[in-house]
Design a protein around this ligand. Sequence first.
Ligand SMILES: CC(C)(COP(=O)(O)OP(=O)(O)OC[C@H]1O[C@@H](n2cnc3c(N)ncnc32)[C@H](O)[C@@H]1OP(=O)(O)O)[C@@H](O)C(=O)NCCC(=O)NCCS
Length: 186
Amino acid sequence: MKEDKDLSETPAFKYCRESRVFKTGRVFPNDVNNHKTLFGGKLMSGIDEVASISAMRHCRANVVTASADSVDFLLPIRPTDSVCFESFVTWTGRTSIEVFVKVISEHLYTGERAVAATSFLTFVAVGEDGVPLPVPNIIPETVEEKLMNQSAEERAELRKVRRAMSKKLASQLNTSKYWEQNSPIQ
Ligand SMILES: CC(C)(COP(=O)(O)OP(=O)(O)OC[C@H]1O[C@@H](n2cnc3c(N)ncnc32)[C@H](O)[C@@H]1OP(=O)(O)O)[C@@H](O)C(=O)NCCC(=O)NCCS
Protein backbone atom coordinates (compact mmCIF):
# COMPACT_ATOMS: atom_id res chain seq x y z
CA MET A 1 0.00 0.00 0.00
CA LYS A 2 1.23 3.50 -0.84
CA GLU A 3 1.92 5.36 2.40
CA ASP A 4 2.40 8.87 1.02
CA LYS A 5 -0.58 11.20 1.02
CA ASP A 6 -2.42 12.68 -1.96
CA LEU A 7 -3.30 16.12 -0.54
CA SER A 8 -6.16 16.60 -3.03
CA GLU A 9 -8.02 13.86 -1.09
CA THR A 10 -7.79 15.74 2.25
CA PRO A 11 -11.28 16.91 3.36
CA ALA A 12 -11.64 20.50 4.63
CA PHE A 13 -13.02 19.34 7.99
CA LYS A 14 -13.96 16.30 10.04
CA TYR A 15 -16.13 15.75 13.12
CA CYS A 16 -14.59 14.87 16.50
CA ARG A 17 -16.65 11.69 16.53
CA GLU A 18 -14.84 10.41 13.43
CA SER A 19 -11.63 10.12 15.45
CA ARG A 20 -13.09 8.58 18.62
CA VAL A 21 -11.26 5.54 19.97
CA PHE A 22 -12.27 3.32 22.92
CA LYS A 23 -10.03 0.62 24.32
CA THR A 24 -10.89 -1.33 27.47
CA GLY A 25 -8.52 -3.68 29.23
CA ARG A 26 -7.81 -5.41 32.53
CA VAL A 27 -5.06 -4.75 35.07
CA PHE A 28 -2.91 -7.87 35.32
CA PRO A 29 -0.30 -8.63 38.04
CA ASN A 30 2.53 -7.65 35.64
CA ASP A 31 0.97 -4.20 35.16
CA VAL A 32 1.10 -3.01 38.78
CA ASN A 33 3.70 -1.20 40.90
CA ASN A 34 4.68 -1.80 44.55
CA HIS A 35 1.40 -0.26 45.70
CA LYS A 36 -0.54 -2.79 43.61
CA THR A 37 -1.90 -0.02 41.38
CA LEU A 38 -1.49 0.36 37.62
CA PHE A 39 2.10 1.28 36.70
CA GLY A 40 2.34 4.87 35.38
CA GLY A 41 4.37 3.87 32.32
CA LYS A 42 1.75 1.31 31.31
CA LEU A 43 -0.95 3.97 31.56
CA MET A 44 1.11 6.42 29.48
CA SER A 45 1.74 3.81 26.82
CA GLY A 46 -2.03 3.12 26.56
CA ILE A 47 -2.71 6.85 26.31
CA ASP A 48 -0.17 7.35 23.50
CA GLU A 49 -1.51 4.32 21.63
CA VAL A 50 -5.18 5.37 21.49
CA ALA A 51 -4.29 9.04 20.91
CA SER A 52 -2.14 8.16 17.89
CA ILE A 53 -5.03 6.16 16.40
CA SER A 54 -7.35 9.17 16.86
CA ALA A 55 -4.79 11.43 15.17
CA MET A 56 -4.37 9.03 12.23
CA ARG A 57 -8.13 8.59 11.86
CA HIS A 58 -8.38 12.36 11.59
CA CYS A 59 -5.70 12.93 8.96
CA ARG A 60 -5.41 9.47 7.36
CA ALA A 61 -1.63 9.93 7.23
CA ASN A 62 1.37 9.02 9.32
CA VAL A 63 1.77 11.05 12.53
CA VAL A 64 4.51 11.66 15.09
CA THR A 65 3.95 12.60 18.72
CA ALA A 66 5.19 16.17 19.06
CA SER A 67 4.38 16.57 22.75
CA ALA A 68 2.30 15.39 25.68
CA ASP A 69 1.20 18.42 27.74
CA SER A 70 0.62 16.43 30.87
CA VAL A 71 -0.68 13.17 32.18
CA ASP A 72 -2.74 13.80 35.29
CA PHE A 73 -3.07 10.66 37.40
CA LEU A 74 -6.21 11.53 39.35
CA LEU A 75 -7.02 8.18 40.98
CA PRO A 76 -5.17 4.88 41.41
CA ILE A 77 -6.33 2.01 39.16
CA ARG A 78 -6.38 -1.43 40.81
CA PRO A 79 -6.52 -5.04 39.57
CA THR A 80 -10.24 -5.09 40.51
CA ASP A 81 -10.86 -2.31 37.95
CA SER A 82 -11.21 -2.39 34.20
CA VAL A 83 -9.49 0.51 32.46
CA CYS A 84 -11.02 2.23 29.45
CA PHE A 85 -9.00 4.66 27.32
CA GLU A 86 -11.16 7.05 25.32
CA SER A 87 -9.67 9.59 22.88
CA PHE A 88 -10.74 12.05 20.21
CA VAL A 89 -9.30 15.01 18.29
CA THR A 90 -10.15 18.30 19.98
CA TRP A 91 -8.33 20.92 17.89
CA THR A 92 -6.11 21.26 14.86
CA GLY A 93 -3.53 23.77 13.68
CA ARG A 94 -2.15 23.74 10.14
CA THR A 95 -0.29 20.45 10.52
CA SER A 96 -0.75 19.68 14.22
CA ILE A 97 -3.55 17.72 15.87
CA GLU A 98 -4.48 17.95 19.55
CA VAL A 99 -5.97 14.78 21.05
CA PHE A 100 -7.68 14.49 24.44
CA VAL A 101 -7.53 11.20 26.31
CA LYS A 102 -9.83 10.30 29.19
CA VAL A 103 -9.07 7.19 31.22
CA ILE A 104 -12.07 5.68 33.02
CA SER A 105 -11.67 3.03 35.66
CA GLU A 106 -14.61 0.76 36.48
CA HIS A 107 -14.74 -1.32 39.64
CA LEU A 108 -15.67 -4.74 38.30
CA TYR A 109 -17.64 -5.82 41.42
CA THR A 110 -19.64 -2.61 42.03
CA GLY A 111 -19.72 -1.03 38.55
CA GLU A 112 -18.54 2.28 40.04
CA ARG A 113 -16.88 4.39 37.32
CA ALA A 114 -14.47 7.31 37.72
CA VAL A 115 -12.19 9.47 35.57
CA ALA A 116 -8.79 8.17 36.71
CA ALA A 117 -6.53 10.16 34.36
CA THR A 118 -6.64 12.76 31.60
CA SER A 119 -4.11 13.86 29.03
CA PHE A 120 -3.66 16.15 26.03
CA LEU A 121 -1.19 15.15 23.33
CA THR A 122 -0.15 16.86 20.11
CA PHE A 123 0.63 14.95 16.94
CA VAL A 124 1.99 16.26 13.65
CA ALA A 125 0.96 14.67 10.34
CA VAL A 126 4.02 13.88 8.26
CA GLY A 127 4.65 12.61 4.74
CA GLU A 128 7.14 9.88 3.80
CA ASP A 129 9.86 12.54 3.72
CA GLY A 130 9.04 13.56 7.33
CA VAL A 131 7.74 16.98 6.21
CA PRO A 132 4.59 18.15 8.10
CA LEU A 133 1.34 17.84 6.10
CA PRO A 134 -1.80 20.04 6.33
CA VAL A 135 -4.69 18.40 8.22
CA PRO A 136 -8.51 18.86 8.11
CA ASN A 137 -10.16 21.30 10.55
CA ILE A 138 -12.27 19.85 13.35
CA ILE A 139 -15.96 20.31 14.16
CA PRO A 140 -17.02 19.62 17.79
CA GLU A 141 -20.65 18.59 18.40
CA THR A 142 -21.16 17.29 21.97
CA VAL A 143 -20.89 19.39 25.15
CA GLU A 144 -17.62 17.71 26.06
CA GLU A 145 -16.15 18.13 22.56
CA LYS A 146 -17.08 21.84 22.56
CA LEU A 147 -15.59 22.32 26.03
CA MET A 148 -12.27 20.82 24.93
CA ASN A 149 -12.28 22.72 21.63
CA GLN A 150 -13.01 26.12 23.22
CA SER A 151 -10.05 25.87 25.60
CA ALA A 152 -7.65 24.54 22.93
CA GLU A 153 -6.26 27.85 21.60
CA GLU A 154 -5.03 28.71 25.08
CA ARG A 155 -3.28 25.33 25.42
CA ALA A 156 -1.71 25.77 21.97
CA GLU A 157 -0.27 29.15 23.02
CA LEU A 158 1.15 27.67 26.23
CA ARG A 159 2.69 24.86 24.15
CA LYS A 160 4.48 27.38 21.93
CA VAL A 161 6.01 29.04 24.98
CA ARG A 162 7.00 25.67 26.45
CA ARG A 163 8.52 24.52 23.15
CA ALA A 164 10.70 27.66 23.00
CA MET A 165 11.78 27.10 26.62
CA SER A 166 12.56 23.41 25.95
CA LYS A 167 14.66 24.33 22.92
CA LYS A 168 16.56 26.93 24.97
CA LEU A 169 17.15 24.46 27.78
CA ALA A 170 18.31 21.74 25.35
CA SER A 171 20.81 24.19 23.81
CA GLN A 172 22.37 24.61 27.27
CA LEU A 173 22.75 20.89 27.97
CA ASN A 174 25.82 18.88 27.10
CA THR A 175 25.92 15.42 25.53
CA SER A 176 29.40 14.39 26.65
CA LYS A 177 30.16 11.06 28.28
CA TYR A 178 30.94 11.99 31.86
CA TRP A 179 33.26 9.02 32.34
CA GLU A 180 35.64 10.15 29.57
CA GLN A 181 38.79 12.17 30.27
CA ASN A 182 38.45 15.91 29.58
CA SER A 183 34.66 15.70 29.90
CA PRO A 184 33.33 19.12 30.98
CA ILE A 185 31.42 17.32 33.77
CA GLN A 186 34.30 16.59 36.14
C1 LIG B 1 7.16 17.31 15.53
C2 LIG B 1 8.09 17.64 14.34
C3 LIG B 1 7.66 16.81 13.13
C4 LIG B 1 7.91 19.13 14.01
O1 LIG B 1 8.73 19.37 12.91
P1 LIG B 1 9.31 20.84 12.61
O2 LIG B 1 10.17 20.75 11.43
O3 LIG B 1 9.86 21.40 13.87
O4 LIG B 1 8.02 21.58 12.12
P2 LIG B 1 7.39 22.98 12.49
O5 LIG B 1 8.19 23.84 13.41
O6 LIG B 1 6.98 23.56 11.17
O7 LIG B 1 6.07 22.53 13.27
C5 LIG B 1 5.05 21.80 12.62
C6 LIG B 1 3.86 21.78 13.53
O8 LIG B 1 4.22 21.05 14.70
C7 LIG B 1 3.89 21.81 15.85
N1 LIG B 1 4.84 21.45 16.89
C8 LIG B 1 6.16 21.29 16.75
N2 LIG B 1 6.72 20.95 17.93
C9 LIG B 1 5.70 20.89 18.81
C10 LIG B 1 5.61 20.60 20.20
N3 LIG B 1 6.69 20.28 20.93
N4 LIG B 1 4.40 20.61 20.79
C11 LIG B 1 3.30 20.90 20.08
N5 LIG B 1 3.31 21.21 18.75
C12 LIG B 1 4.50 21.20 18.15
C13 LIG B 1 4.02 23.25 15.39
O9 LIG B 1 3.30 24.13 16.25
C14 LIG B 1 3.43 23.17 14.01
O10 LIG B 1 2.02 23.13 14.12
P3 LIG B 1 1.05 23.83 13.02
O11 LIG B 1 1.50 23.43 11.65
O12 LIG B 1 -0.30 23.28 13.32
O13 LIG B 1 1.14 25.30 13.23
C15 LIG B 1 9.59 17.37 14.70
O14 LIG B 1 9.97 18.20 15.74
C16 LIG B 1 9.85 15.92 15.06
O15 LIG B 1 9.96 15.06 14.20
N6 LIG B 1 9.96 15.63 16.38
C17 LIG B 1 10.22 14.27 16.86
C18 LIG B 1 8.91 13.48 16.89
C19 LIG B 1 9.10 12.11 17.47
O16 LIG B 1 10.09 11.47 17.22
N7 LIG B 1 8.11 11.66 18.25
C20 LIG B 1 8.16 10.44 19.00
C21 LIG B 1 7.93 9.21 18.21
S1 LIG B 1 6.51 9.24 17.18
